[in-house]
Design a protein. Structure first.
Length: 240
C-alpha cells in the first residue's frame, strides 16, 4: 500500500528481503483503499503485501521469512523468547565496562561488576514500569508477598528501580541495600516455591507484563543478584 498518509512497512521489508535474496522485484503498489480491497477480494487474502515468486503466491512478509528459512513455520514456533533478557543483560554489561573504562581506564574492576548488577536491575525495572498493571497481574501468579498484600505488586518495580539507581550512583546505600535484599529474598523464595517445589509452568514478570520468558532461571538470577548486592554494598563500605 502506497498512499499519501500511509506507506506499508511490511511492503518495504518484503521488497528489501527479496532483493537481499537476489531477486529482481517487480513492484505493484496499491494506491487507494478501493484498489487494495479489490486486490484482496480478487486474491482471496486478508492482508497486503502479497509476494509472488515465478507466478506462485508465497504470501505476506511473515510467509516470506518462512519461505526463505529465516523463521520456522508458525505451528513450530515456541511462545518462549529470551531475546529481551539477553538484550538487557548485554547492554548492562557493555555500559558497566564503558563506565569502568571512563573512571579507571581499565575494564576489569570490581565496580564494573557492581554496575552490571545495578544497571541490570534498573533496566529490568524500566521494562516493568512500562505497564505496571500488566506486570502486577503476572507477578501475582507466584509472588508470595504480593498475594498477601496486593499493593506490593505495583510497588515492586519502583523499589527495584530506586535500588538500582542508588547503587549505580553509590549513594544512600543504607536505603538501597535493604530494599534490594528484601525484594530479592522474597522473590527468590517465591520462585523456588512456584517452580522448583510445585513444578508450575509460568511466565516470568521480570521483563514486564508481556513477557514470554519462562519463570525459572532468569527470574531467580534477577532475585539472587539483588540479594548479593544487598549484602555486598554495605559490607564493602565496612571493609573499605
Amino acid at each position: 500500500m502506497v498512499m499519501p498518509d500511509h506507506l506499508c512497512p511490511f511492503g518495504l521489508k518484503s521488497k528489501a528481503l527479496l532483493e537481499r535474496q537476489g531477486f529482481e522485484v517487480i513492484d505493484h503498489p496499491l494506491r487507494s483503499r478501493e484498489e487494495t480491497d479489490a486486490f484482496m477480494e480478487d486474491q482471496g487474502v486478508e492482508t497486503t503485501p502479497q509476494t509472488f515468486i515465478n507466478g506462485e503466491r508465497v504470501g505476506g512478509y511473515d510467509d516470506l521469512r518462512v519461505h526463505f528459512g529465516i523463521d520456522p513455520p508458525k505451528e513450530e514456533r515456541s511462545d518462549t523468547s529470551y531475546t529481551p533478557v539477553i538484550a538487557i543483560f548485554s547492554v548492562a554489561a557493555l555500559l558497566a565496562l564503558a563506565l569502568s573504562w571512563h573512571q579507571y581506564q581499565t575494564f576489569l574492576t570490581l565496580r564494573a561488576a557492581e554496575w552490571f548488577v545495578s544497571l541490570s536491575m534498573t533496566f529490568l525495572a524500566m521494562q516493568k514500569l512500562q505497564d505496571v498493571e500488566g506486570f502486577s497481574l503476572m507477578f501475582l501468579n507466584y509472588d508470595l508477598l504480593a498475594r498477601r498484600w496486593v499493593r506490593y505488586s505495583t510497588l515492586y518495580p519502583f523499589a527495584e528501580a530506586a535500588a538500582g539507581i542508588l547503587m549505580t550512583a553509590g549513594a544512600l546505600i543504607w536505603l538501597a541495600s535493604p530494599i534490594a535484599l528484601f525484594i530479592g529474598s522474597v522473590g527468590a523464595v517465591s520462585i523456588a516455591k512456584a517452580v522448583y517445589l510445585e513444578g508450575r509452568s509460568l511466565k516470568c514478570a521480570c521483563v514486564g507484563g508481556g513477557s514470554s520468558v519462562p519463570l525459572g532461571f532468569v527470574s531467580m538470577t534477577e532475585s539472587l543478584m539483588m540479594v548479593l548486592m544487598g549484602i555486598w554494598m554495605p559490607l564493602k563500605m565496612l571493609l573499605l
